[in-house]
Design a binder for this molecule. Structure first.
Ligand SMILES: Cc1ncc(COP(=O)(O)O)c(C=O)c1O
Length: 397
């Protein structure tokens, strides 16, 4: 069977490959400490689960409007206004099968083949692949560790060409946890306005910020609402990764186009899941504050322990639940078995095979020499995993 050309450019997920390998080692009876998870380790709160169960009993088992039932799009609009001061009408909301689906709908409706899209690196692995699937050309712009992994306007300007149409922003970021201050965002907004660009602003981790960081939605900056697609969701902050609820809000003509696209591809998300999402968005969510406190504790321990390892440097992230240390100081060294650690992949393979700790290499995120560790795992695991890494690194020659 001859496959379509577009499939040639779709790589398998390298992050899932690490998880699969870690699981295979566990199946062999090895005690692997996993830092690969991109999801909170807390269960979905009970009242959210109960709402879905009730919905099934109440007959929420049929097609709904593609964008979601009116109670849901209204709940989204009210939540975004109350939580972030972002004003949208319910008809500017489209609920999709996870933030990933919202992003995919978005790029398909914004980018024509050949359009160039600015993407700060380190980036979440899915953006460049979705750009390719839409026929768009990704222009990677380095956000340097020295700048706190925040892209500067000067480097964005350098990457501009007459074909540049858009910018993908992700704050707080996966994989770095870096978040942009209002001042940073204002400078970027000025650049966006001056160059007549659209923006996809992925704010999936907006509620997971530390040290009193004030997250500002990009679309709330003057003049940005009409050129920004905001992607939000319940996966990360409500621990609902498996439910698949992604939220897109933006200019009405863009959301209408995305709604038509979704109406011809997947239609509405599962009806009982919509009831769960309504409960999440309308009932008290103090648990998020408690989770943030716990993530914060783990964040500090993980970053301190990483920085205590010679050859490893890690900045304290402002949000999300990832540490993204610079491991370049370990490259070029040899393991006790004589293997040269030339790249981050070599390092990550060695840590998984010989030390039984699973990290994700930086290369798939556009940051060779770095690694991503999720602290959405217990403090006991963090201690155990970091003990192992520190001990193992001391054996490198
Ligand atoms: C930055 C970012 N955006 C979007 C998503 C997608 O989230 P969802 O699971 O809702 O599709 C993720 C998940 O890892 C993410 O890290």
């Amino acid at each position: 069977m001859k496959l379509a050309h577009r499939t040639f450019d779709i790589p398998g997920s390298e992050t899932l490959a690490i998880t699969a390998k870690a699981n295979a080692l566990r199946a062999e009876g090895k005690d692997v400490v996993g830092f690969g998870a991109g999801e909170p380790d807390f269960p979905t709160p009970k009242h959210i689960c109960e709402a879905a169960k009730r919905a099934i009993d109440d007959g929420w088992t049929r097609y709904t409007a593609t964008q979601g039932v009116p109670q849901l799009t209204k709940a989204v609009a009210t939540h975004l206004q109350r939580q972030f001061g972002l004003s949208v009408e319910p008809n500017q909301v489209l609920v999709s099968v996870g933030g990933k689906h919202s992003l995919y709908n978005g790029i398909l409706c914004l980018a024509d083949p050949g359009d160039e899209v600015l993407l700060p690196a380190p980036y979440w692995v899915t953006y460049p692949v979705q750009n390719t699937m839409a026929g768009a050309v990704t222009t990677v712009v380095e956000a340097r560790v020295e700048d706190g992994f925040r892209v500067t306007v000067a480097s964005l300007e350098k990457a501009l060409t007459p074909r540049t149409r858009g910018l993908v922003l992700n704050s707080p970021s996966n994989p770095t946890g870096a978040a942009y201050s209002v001042k940073d965002l204002e400078a970027i907004a000025e650049f966006v306005r001056a160059n007549d660009l659209w923006v996809i602003s992925d704010e999936m981790y907006a509620r997971l910020v530390y040290d009193g960081f004030q997250h500002r939605f990009f679309a709330t900056l003057p003049g940005m609402a009409e050129r920004t697609l905001t992607v939000y969701g319940l996966s990360k902050s409500y621990s609902m990764t498996g439910w698949r609820v992604g939220i897109a809000v933006g200019p009405k003509d863009l959301i209408d186009a995305m709604n038509r696209l979704q109406g011809q591809s997947t239609s509405n998300i599962a009806a009982p899941v919509q009831a769960a999402a309504i409960a999440a968005l309308t009932e008290p969510d103090d648990f998020i504050g408690e989770w943030v406190t716990e993530f914060d504790r783990r964040r500090r321990v993980m970053v301190d322990r990483l920085n205590a390892i010679p050859g490893v440097r890690c900045v304290l992230p402002e949000g999300a639940f990832y540490a993204f240390p610079d491991m370049r100081g370990l490259l070029g060294r040899r393991t006790p078995a004589g293997k040269m650690l030339a790249t981050d992949w070599d390092l990550i393979d060695w840590l998984l095979d010989d030390v039984q700790v699973a990290l994700v290499p930086g290369t798939p995120f556009g940051a060779p020499g770095f690694a991503r560790l999720s602290y959405a795992t217990s403090m006991a695991n963090i201690d155990k995993g970091l003990d192992r890494i520190a001990k193992a690194v001391a054996t490198l020659s």
